[in-house]
Design a binder for this molecule. Sequence first.
Ligand code: MN
Length: 152
Amino acid sequence: MNDKPLSSFRAAQGPGDWAEVPIHAYKQEAGVPFKDITRRVLFSSPALAAELRYFEMAPGGFSTLERHDHVHAVLILRGHGQCLVGNEVRAVAPNDLVYIPSMTWHQFRATAGEPLGFLCMVNAERDKPQLPTPEELEALKRNSSVARFLEE
Ligand code: MN
């Protein structure tokens, strides 16, 4: 959590770019699979129980396939792509809302040849993501649309 006081106004400098908002590496841990994705923390404060982040993946990029106790509330801001939630794969476009329930496998992919950017609200206090075991991955791939999505 960031304890620097937030500025009341931080102007947009372009799509997915804001004043005083640094770009972070997406994941800190080694060996966690992801591709061409950046993370910006837009709102993080001891006065807030939530954090609002902005993630952007380059064309062909994807987030980690993971699950965890905490939930995600997502608003697609920019571009097009696909999102896996549980056993469902859906195309996503600007202004679409995606809710990822607790302990539900999820992944975002920029599959439309353009960057995919989205806002993601999470609890400030949250558990560490789990990665699928080989057996869990096989179980996910028994659904043919999920298998196609994961093999792209
Ligand atoms: Mn997640």
